[in-house]
Write a protein that binds this ligand. Structure first.
Ligand code: GLU
Length: 433
């Protein structure tokens, strides 16, 4: 009775969502559905996870170098603020959409709670191909976007950071623009800044380092030796390249790397540093002479121990999951595996270490940066790496045992840990009015 009144009253679905079953937002919702049976009484708050708290869409007009006026669509989504300020990166990509940013914001909520950072979750993006802009145009886009979202960001409100195609220089412009608008240098408004502006040592490599740390811990539990392990990586940006270097240093072999331009393979292991230098010069791994070319679909069928998707969402489809020959998937990207593929991989006994723990190293060191900015006291890189290792290893152990106890996947285990924290906070705060 009460339930039918509730379902009659509540807006059925978000009017601004396309509800395409293949969208990242649909993936996120399916992941939330799987965890609600474990939430007990807290499940009555489930609706707060199924819709973002706040969505801002902005027009970003800039003058091009030619004098013409171009417009870009920008977003900042605060999915949840129950456990603290919003936190999450800003992505520049021609395919960015509101729905994608909503999903990425929601995954930040889960990630921050899974590793117990005192944050909610947020994400931003601009629908732009930064490769087509001059450096001056990139700066103007960044500054105008920052001004437009300035009404909802701030060191205690919501703290942006780098993501796909954004970096320390862009964070410096964001910090400067926000500071100029509020009339006070406010280093804590963004993280991932240059060291000279209150950035943290270890932040650039933190996400890749976190993939290595969590990968190492997962492999130890699966009795997969690191030494000689064969690894295939999709995406060779900041995350993929830094993870590759650490795995190679630990004795693993990076046998294949694929990116938007093509793929390369070498059974004996690619030289990760030389490959990174090639990418810096040519923009892609394609044409790298230290290996042979690899077709797109071949990448997903390689005989390897570990596959690391470190690019965009939705890459590990059901069809690719059926053919995958690895023992372990390390989700360095956000949302790389669709829910149907999760089921296929579970049935095939292939372990998936989910994004919300695997790539949390970046936001953990962002948290360290934010704390250092507030105290104006900066830590050594050793201390940062040591604390990062401790937080990630501890979170992974907790998630692993939760998954074992409930006999669920590591993703559902991570969501159980995170959603219990989020919904408990939500419940304790109560509703206003
Ligand atoms: N963009 C990164 C992520 O997806 C880092 C976010 C942050 O440092 O706030 O986790």
């Amino acid at each position: 009775m009460a339930e039918s009144r509730l379902s009659l009253l509540t807006s059925p679905a978000l009017s601004y969502v396309s509800s395409s079953p293949a969208s990242p937002w649909a993936t996120y919702l399916a992941q939330v559905d799987r965890v609600m049976p474990y939430m007990g009484d807290l499940a009555r708050w489930a609706g707060t996870l199924r819709r973002p708290k706040r969505v801002l869409t902005v027009d970003v007009p800039i003058q091009l170098d030619s004098g013409e006026i171009a417009h870009f669509e920008g977003y900042r989504v605060q999915h949840s603020l129950s456990r603290g300020p919003g936190k999450g990166g800003v992505r520049y990509h021609p395919d960015v959409s509101l729905e994608e940013v909503m999903a990425l914001a929601a995954w930040m909520t889960i990630k921050n709670a899974a590793v117990n950072l005192p944050y909610g979750g947020a994400k931003g993006g601009i629908r732009v191909d930064p490769a087509l802009l001059s450096i001056k145009e990139l700066e103007r886009v960044t500054r105008r976007y920052t001004s437009e979202i300035g009404i909802i960001i701030g060191p205690q409100q919501d703290i942006p950071a780098p993501d796909v195609n954004t970096n320390a220089q862009i964070m410096a412009w964001m910090m400067d623009t926000y500071s100029a608008n509020v009339g006070a240098t406010t280093t804590g408004v963004v993280t991932g800044k240059p060291i000279s502006l209150g950035g943290s040592l270890g932040r650039v490599k933190a996400t890749g380092r976190g993939v290595f740390i969590t990968g190492r811990e997962a492999m130890r539990r699966l009795k997969l030796p690191l030494e000689g392990a064969r690894i295939a990586i999709q995406g060779f940006g900041n995350v993929g390249a830094n993870a590759a270097e650490l795995f190679a240093m630990a004795g693993a072999r990076i046998v294949a790397v694929q990116d938007h331009g093509g793929g390369v393979f070498r059974a004996g292991g690619l030289d990760a540093r030389a490959l990174a230098a090639h990418v810096a010069e040519h923009g892609s791994v394609a044409g790298f002479e230290g290996g042979e070319a690899l077709e797109t679909e071949e990448f997903w069928t390689l005989d390897v121990d570990v596959v690391i998707p470190a690019a965009l969402e939705g890459q590990l489809t059901e069809a690719r999951a059926e053919r995958l020959r690895a023992r372990l998937v390390l989700e360095a990207a956000n949302g790389p595996t669709v829910p149907g593929a999760d089921d296929v991989l579970a049935a095939r006994n292939i372990t998936v270490l989910p994004d919300v723990i695997c790539n949390a190293g970046g936001v953990i060191v962002s948290y360290f940066e934010w704390v250092q900015d507030f105290s104006s006291f900066f830590w050594t890189e050793e201390e940062i790496n040591m604390r990062l290792d401790r937080i990630l290893s501890g979170a992974l152990a907790h998630i692993w045992s939760t998954a074992e106890r409930h006999k669920v996947s590591l993703r559902t285990g991570a969501f159980i840990v995170a959603c219990a924290r989020i919904l408990e906070a939500r419940n304790e705060r109560g509703l206003y009015p």
